[in-house]
Every structure is written in C-alpha cells, then in structure tokens.
Design a protein around this ligand. Structure first.
Ligand code: IPE
Ligand code: IPE
Ligand code: MG
Length: 262
C-alpha cells in the first residue's frame, strides 16, 4: 500500500463505525525468543524491543489514539537471572535518559507506574526528571508500567482505603468499586479498550487485573521486536470488528447505536 493510501485508509477508519480504542495496553513479550532466533544474547532482544516502542508510539500518534500503556517490567521479573535484571535496569536508565527529550519534542506526556521505590536512586531521579519534563504535553499519554503488578496495584489501593477509614475520612460501608478505581496507580487513565500481547502466550501475567475487566483482548504470535505498524493495523482492525456489550444484549447495543446515529 502506498504511503498516501495508507494514510487515507486510516482516516476512513477514524470516521467509520467500529470506533478506535481510546486506550491501548500492551504486554511487550518475546524479546528473549527473538534474540535466540537471531543467535543473539537476550539483552539484544530487549534493545531491539525499544525500537518497537518507538514504532508503537508513532502508530498511536498516526491514529490519534490518546492513551498507550506498555508493560516493561513486572513485579515477578526480578526472579530472572541477576545478570539479565541488571542489564534491563541499565537499558531502562539509558532509555529514560536518552529518549525523554525526543518524547518531549513529540508532545508526549510520560508517566511511570509501579512500585518505583524498588529502583535505584539514579533510576528514580531519571523517572522524576522525565515526568517533570513532559508533564505539560497534551499529545499521547504514554504510561510505562515498571516493577508493576496488578496484585500490587489493588493491594496498595486497599492500603490507602484502610488508612482513610482508620483516619475517619471514609466509612467502610461507602467503599465501592469506584473507591478502589480512584486509588489505583492508573487512576488518571480511562480503562483500556484494547489489550495486545505479543509473543504467543495467552495470559495476563499480573498486568492490569482490575482495569482489564471489560477490555478486548488481542493475542499475536509475533514477537515484540518484530511488531511493526502493519501488525498494529491488524490489531486495530480486529478491535473495530468487535461488538462490546458490557453485560447487555446484542439487540440493546444495536438500539443504542441507532439512537446515537439518529
Ligand atoms: C519481554 O520479553 C520483556 C520483559 C519481560 C522484560 P521476554 O524477556 O519475556 O521474552 P521471552 O518471553 O523470554 O521471549
Ligand atoms: C510479562 O512477560 C511482563 C512483561 C512483558 C514486562 P513475562 O515474560 O514476564 O510473562 P510470563 O512469565 O511468560 O507470564
Ligand atoms: Mg516473556
């Protein structure tokens, strides 16, 4: 497809029925296997994975998708061999140091979510610096989940609630789903519409457990370093075909759509 047609077809998608996702959440999996397939050390796969992050950010900008959340390091990834963990930390620090300015120039607002205090003071400083630099940007809201776990997130929200109840700021009987959602690390984000996992595994691996309740799930065999704009187009096309019912019947959804389009 020529560049021009490619852009035109995207514009059509924007205006057609089957709306685009507002928030996409991604498990970027398969870096290690990609490296192995290419006879390279695992870290080379992680490095190459950073290129796919750039592609993804650009693709979201092309489609004007406002929110993108990427799972970079899970609470459980500390269990990997120390050498790999150390190299991943170095890569994270370098990326924060070197890519923040570029993101800023592209009007991206960057946020990191996760148990940040487990990182070294240097990484914590770089996180703060990158977030401060990009805070005022109103382009893509890019969230990186680092040392993040869905169970950690719900647990820390519960801790805040218990503290508020103990301090008399909140009554136990007033606690509802919204009370929890507002205390999650991702409270500033809408819930994801589309979840993408690369690398062939069909599991959530302790990513956004609460937030994925009604998210459309998309799995691809493609390994993360090989995930390109065309792959992204396929994920979007799959999403656009789906009818989201949120517990209602298909007939109710059709009726709602007719009223909305009238
Ligand atoms: C995802 O790729 C990146 C991280 C978890 C940091 P993997 O490193 O899990 O790659 P595979 O699954 O071993 O191929
Ligand atoms: C999930 O991938 C975490 C990230 C991509 C950051 P893993 O490779 O850690 O997941 P499992 O271990 O296969 O479930
Ligand atoms: Mg993996």
């Amino acid at each position: 497809m020529s560049e021009e047609n490619h852009v035109a077809s995207k514009e059509m998608k924007v205006s057609s029925f089957g709306s685009l996702p507002t928030h996409i959440a991604v498990i970027m999996d398969g870096n290690g296997r990609w490296a192995k397939q290419h006879g390279l050390p695992r870290i080379a796969g992680h490095r190459r994975g950073l290129e796919s992050v750039r592609t993804m950010v650009k693709a979201c900008a092309d489609y004007k998708i406002p929110y993108l959340t990427l799972f970079a390091f899970s609470s459980e990834n500390w269990k990997r061999p120390p050498a790999e963990v150390n190299l991943l930390m170095d890569l994270f620090a370098n990326a924060l140091e070197q890519k923040a300015r570029r993101l800023h120039e592209n009007n991206v607002c960057l946020r990191i979510v996760g148990e940040i205090n487990r990182f070294t003071p240097k990484i914590r400083m770089l996180i703060q610096r990158a977030e401060t630099l990009t805070r005022g940007n109103n382009g893509l809201r890019l969230t990186i989940a680092a040392n993040y776990g869905g169970r950690w997130d719900v647990t820390q929200a519960c801790q805040q609630i218990v503290q508020d109840v103990t301090a008399g700021k909140l009554k136990a009987e007033d606690v509802n789903a919204d009370t929890i959602a507002r205390r999650l690390a991702t409270a500033y984000l809408p819930e994801p519409d589309l979840f993408i996992r690369t690398g062939g595994e069909q599991r959530v691996s302790n990513f956004l457990l609460w937030q994925l309740a009604y998210t459309e799930l998309y799995f691809t065999e493609t390994l993360w370093p090989a995930f390109d704009h065309k792959e992204f187009d396929q994920a979007i096309a799959s999403f656009e075909k789906r009818e989201r019912r949120f517990g209602k019947t298909g007939d109710q959804i059709v009726k709602q759509r007719q009223i909305r389009n009238a």
